[in-house]
Design a protein around this ligand. Structure first.
Ligand code: CA
Length: 206
């Protein structure tokens, strides 16, 4: 179960999201204004924030800037009717992890939320290693050790973060099939058949 803060001033939408996320077993906090969102996040730190941009007091960018300024690193998914590229770029620049435009498909939104939570968990798991015990291998070490190409190294690092092939394709601007080929070749060189086996091979004891 994760604690998810929904910052959304449209009550019907907020309640629909709350119902859907609660069905998935999450604990949902609601805030309809920017100040309320910042206060809630301070007292009950969320695992993920779904953030609307158009709020009655300050906009969602303000919330995001404040959260990141406080060192709050949980994933933030912006959910907004603003679909301009400049809005998205501003959101990512301020530290958002994903951006979904309204109207949106509920299934896609839930899949994106799950992916962000999964990635955050992987990151936390890596961060939980005893300090100094493992270090990430550099690109040239991965090339020498496994014979990976530059592209396969990029794909391997994203697989290690928990990204799916579709997510990697959209991040790198490649087709799904190209990414699938790179991922298959990379895993063959690493001699693993399971994606979760990739991450440990990119690390080495210090
Ligand atoms: Ca709004």
């Amino acid at each position: 179960m994760h604690r998810i803060l929904i910052v959304e001033d449209s009550t019907p939408l907020a309640e629909a999201l709350e119902r859907t996320l609660a069905l998935e077993g999450h604990h949902v906090l609601l805030a309809t204004r920017a100040q309320e969102a910042l206060a809630r996040a301070k007292h009950e730190p969320p695992d993920l924030v779904v953030l609307d941009l158009g709020l009655p007091d300050r906009d969602g960018y303000h919330v995001l800037r404040e959260l990141r300024g406080r060192g709050e690193e949980c994933p933030v998914l912006i959910l907004s009717a603003r679909s301009l590229e400049s809005d998205k770029v501003e959101g990512f620049r301020l530290g958002a992890d994903d951006y979904v435009t309204k109207p949106f498909g509920a299934l896609e939104l839930m899949a994106r939320i799950s992916a962000l939570l999964r990635r955050a968990r992987r990151g936390a798991a890596t961060g939980a290693l005893p300090q100094g015990s493992m270090r990430p291998l550099a690109d040239d070490e991965l090339r020498a050790r496994y014979g990976l190409t530059a592209r396969q190294i990029t794909v391997a690092r994203l697989v290690a973060e928990g990204c799916t092939n579709a997510e990697i394709a959209s991040r790198l601007g490649l087709s799904f099939f190209t990414v699938r080929n790179h991922a298959e070749q990379m895993m063959a060189k690493l001699q693993v058949s399971n994606r979760s086996a990739v991450a440990p091979l990119l690390l080495e004891p210090m």
